[in-house]
Ligand binder design. Structure first.
Ligand code: GRF
Length: 205
């Protein structure tokens, strides 16, 4: 059977992209990264993809008359590359209706907090400032809201007394690199079943 083809959208350094590429390369995830798209020309994520021989495209939102046109261009790229699952990995834009209709329950995101706590930007800093004792990260399906979609996997990390927001973020990032590929692997094996807001792990199909 043909492997699941991933389209990764990233705006920045791309460490989650790297963890996904490594897991796919190492056979830990039964999928291939088919294409990487960034809204930022200088995103290191694009460089990582190129080094791995993966098509890496910069699509500038400014080149389009509207956000919908920009998103349509991205959707067309993903379709052209036969993408079956879209992975947001540090993609700093809201995904709109066009993408969600084209890829229903086929858009995943990683967020650096235990959702529904601390959605939006700088989840690690928000958790640190709030003074929680535990934080972590969440892989979820994307819906029309901001970090509100059905939760697939979460990992918990402690917040230590001598932490800074940066040391906490580093501890969380380690777990991101573990659970994002794991969630993609589960999806690829058909193990995820969605009922309303709940995502269940089912036996091998
Ligand atoms: C990660 O913290 C991720 O949770 C958030 O954006 C950051 C992206 O980091 N959505 P990287 O580009 O994958 O290194």
């Amino acid at each position: 059977m043909e492997k699941l083809r991933l389209g990764v959208l990233a705006s920045g350094r791309g460490s989650n992209l790297q963890s996904i590429m490594d897991a796919a390369d190492g056979g830990r995830v039964d999928a291939v990264v088919a294409v990487v798209v960034s809204d930022k020309a200088g995103a290191f994520a694009l460089e990582r993809a190129r080094r791995a021989g993966i098509p890496a495209l910069h699509v500038s939102p400014e080149a389009f008359p509207s956000g919908e046109d920009y998103e349509l261009a991205i959707v067309e790229i993903l379709q052209k590359h036969g993408v079956g699952l879209v992975c947001l990995a540090g993609y700093m834009r809201i995904v709109g209706g066009r993408m969600l209709e084209t890829f229903p329950y086929r858009v995943m995101n990683i967020h650096p907090s235990l959702l529904p706590a601390f959605p939006g930007l700088h989840g690690q800093q928000q958790a640190f400032d709030y003074g929680v004792k535990y934080s972590g990260c969440t892989v979820h399906f994307v819906d029309a809201g901001m970090d509100t979609g059905p939760i697939i996997l979460q990992a918990v990390v402690p917040v230590l007394d001598d932490d800074t927001a940066d040391t906490l973020a580093a501890r969380i990032l380690e777990q991101e690199h573990r659970i994002y590929p794991e969630a993609i692997g589960l999806f690829a094996r058909g193990r995820l079943e969605i009922e309303g807001r709940k995502v269940y792990l089912r036996g091998e199909k």
